[in-house]
Design a protein around this ligand. Structure first.
Ligand code: SME
Length: 160
C-alpha cells in the first residue's frame, strides 16, 4: 500500500517537493513506463488540488498520443503544434495558460477546463511526452506550479 498524505495547505514549493519525492519512490524499481505513468497521474491527482484532468501525452511517431491519466476520457491524438499540448511539444516550452478560451487552437477535451499547464518531458534532448494539467478554475496555475511540474518532469523522464 502507498500512503502518501499531501497537505493541500502547504506552500506550493513544499507540496511539489513532496510530490517529486513520492514520484521517485513510486517509480524507483519499476521499469514499465505505462505502470509508472499510471501511478504518476494518480499521484498528481492526489497532490495537486482543483484539477479536472491530469495525465500524459506521449510522442509516438511524431504525434502526441494519449497516455495514462485521471479525469474524463480525452482526445487520443494531437498533431504537432496543435492545441496547448502540441505547442508545448513543438516548442519544448512549458505552456501556462490562464484562460484556455483565449489560447488559439486550444483543444477542448473536457468542457469544464478553464486553465491549463502543459510541461514537456525531455530525454536525450528530445521531447518524449508532455504532462498536462487542466483546471475548472480560470488562472489556476502560476509559475510555482510550472516549476513544480517541471521538476517532476525532470525526475521521471528516465522511467516513463
Ligand atoms: N486541452 C489540450 C488537449 C488535451 S486535454 O486538455 C486533456 C490541448 O489544447 O492541447
Amino acid at each position: 500500500m502507498f500512503d502518501f498524505q499531501p497537505d493541500p495547505a502547504q506552500p506550493k514549493p513544499e507540496l511539489y517537493r513532496d510530490l517529486v519525492d513520492a514520484a521517485r519512490a513510486l517509480t524507483a524499481d519499476e521499469p514499465d513506463g505505462v505502470a509508472n505513468m499510471a501511478n504518476l497521474a494518480a499521484l498528481i491527482w492526489q497532490f495537486v488540488p482543483r484539477l479536472n484532468w491530469a495525465g500524459f501525452y506521449r510522442m509516438v511517431d511524431g504525434a502526441l498520443v494519449l497516455g495514462p491519466f485521471q479525469g474524463k476520457p480525452a482526445c487520443i491524438r494531437i498533431a504537432p503544434g496543435q492545441g496547448v499540448c502540441g505547442a508545448a511539444a513543438a516548442s519544448g516550452q512549458t505552456q501556462l495558460v490562464p484562460d484556455v478560451h483565449a489560447f488559439p487552437g486550444h483543444i477542448a477535451c473536457d468542457g469544464a477546463s478553464q486553465s491549463e499547464l502543459v510541461v514537456p518531458v525531455f530525454r536525450n534532448g528530445a521531447v518524449i511526452a508532455v504532462i498536462d494539467l487542466d483546471s475548472p478554475e480560470l488562472n489556476r496555475f502560476d509559475t510555482e506550479d510550472a516549476a513544480g511540474i517541471e521538476a517532476l518532469a525532470e525526475a521521471i523522464a528516465a522511467v516513463i
